[in-house]
Design a protein around this ligand. Structure first.
Ligand code: PHB
Length: 415
């Protein structure tokens, strides 16, 4: 070990102590930067990717699907990129931002990963943004839709292979006003992704003549007893409900919606996570008829989707879902970026440049990174849950076209 490395290690220990005293991920960034921490590692040896995804809490199943999708792609390239072997080191994101931020620091500081991929929750993504930006560490988001990361909090070191929360919800506002009804009740979990769902949907819904009767914010991560929330919806008697729930929260909400008899009288709509293929087995017929918007559907008719969905089912004995697609595309984005710099992830500028230019044929259709926002340009579809024999699936019923995030808040209506 060189004297340099020794002193770097000493400083890192001091840093960890200081950061623990100060608390919070935001405090850690500038300190680590001041220690002269490197950007990405050198070009030799295995390339270590920290995988920060939930294996506990309401989003645990999402973490599993994303991991499966990533591993499926990495296996297809023999776990190599730019001539280097890829090693994955996983940590549990959970849902609480501060412990998740500690895990991110552990991956970078202790495990010395070259980059981190994953992140399901917008709350976690927001909490770790400064740490990655300030320390020039690459973070590749595989789900979390926090709009700001593609707008005023954009970073040279952060790319997103999934969506911004604005992307599905904004085109859906107009479609719902024109096709379902004009008086809406909105129900979302009380955290960043819920608030962003409301501001995007509301903007185009109101512009198309819609009226938001009420916005309901339910406790996050755990909703608790859903009864008071459904009672409130019933009492408000809207023409439709628009909602964002995902993972275990989606199961709680959609089942309760049917149990309260609401699905027969008030159409349920929302972003497609609420009735994605991961939750459909638990929802059963309670999800029938729900119309939702997303950048993928099981029924999407392209060769990559067919091959992907078949291979995923064979590998996991589960039906493919949007999170698995995002994991698959995240891994491919990383691999293509590394291939472009011959595995030399230390060339941070060149690596960022390469990531911004990646495009390929994905199960979602054309995957295109937007170099201006570092966010994926998605095609958005309206899907309806239908039954084919015994199997429930999301069938595309309308095509809302290609939707890049605008890169600023000009098409949002804040509450
Ligand atoms: C988010 O927190 O941004 C989020 C979480 C789960 C989803 C979608 C978005 O399914």
């Amino acid at each position: 070990m060189t004297a340099n490395k020794d002193s770097a290690r000493m400083t890192r220990r001091q840093f960890l102590r200081t950061a623990a005293v100060l608390g919070g991920a935001a405090a850690a960034g500038p300190l680590l930067a001041a220690c002269g921490a490197p950007g990405l590692g050198g070009a030799s040896g295995p390339l270590k990717i920290g995988l920060l995804l939930p294996s506990s809490g309401i989003y645990a199943a999402l973490g599993e699907s994303i991991t499966n999708g990533m591993k499926m792609y990495l296996d297809s390239v023999n776990n190599k990129a730019g001539g280097r072997d890829i090693q994955l080191i996983a940590e549990d994101e959970g849902t609480d931002p501060q412990p998740a931020a500690q895990k991110a620091r552990k991956l970078v500081e202790q495990d010395q990963v070259d980059l981190v991929a994953g992140i399901v929750s917008s709350g976690v993504a927001g909490a770790i943004r400064d740490y990655f930006n300030d320390n020039k560490k690459f973070l590749i988001l595989a789900n979390a839709g926090a709009d700001a990361l593609t707008r005023k909090a954009k970073s040279q070191y952060i790319f997103r292979a999934s969506f911004s929360n604005w992307q599905p919800n904004w085109p859906m506002g107009k479609w719902v006003a024109e096709n379902i009804g004009k008086k809406a009740f909105i129900s979302v979990p009380d955290y960043a992704a819920g608030a962003e769902t409301v501001s995007a949907f509301r903007n185009s819904f109101e512009a198309a003549g819609g009226q938001v009767l009420k916005v309901q914010k339910t406790p996050f991560p755990n909703m608790g007893d859903p009864a008071p929330f459904l009672t409130d919806i019933k009492a408000t008697a809207p023409e439709l409900v628009y909602a964002f729930y995902s993972g275990a929260a989606a199961t709680t909400f959609v089942k309760a919606y049917a149990d309260f008899g609401l699905s027969k009288s008030i159409p349920l709509t929302g972003s497609g996570f609420m009735v994605e293929q991961d939750v459909l087995p638990a929802l059963g017929d309670t999800a029938l008829g729900v119309k939702s918007c997303l950048h993928w559907a099981l029924s999407l008719d392209n060769a990559e989707n067919k091959a992907f969905s078949d291979a995923y089912q064979k590998r996991t004995s589960k039906v493919a879902n949007v999170f698995a697609v995002q994991g698959y595309d995240t891994a491919r984005l990383i691999v293509e970026g590394l291939n472009a710099v011959q595995g030399d992830s230390g060339k941070a500028d060149a690596f960022a440049d390469a990531l911004g230019k990646v495009s390929f044929a994905s199960p979602r259709g054309a995957f295109k990174m937007d170099p201006n926002t570092h966010n994926t340009i998605n095609h958005i579809y309206v899907r309806e849950v239908k039954k084919n024999g015994d199997t429930l699936g999301n069938v595309v019923v309308a095509d809302l076209g290609e939707v890049p995030d605008p890169g600023d808040d000009s098409k949002d209506t804040k509450a």
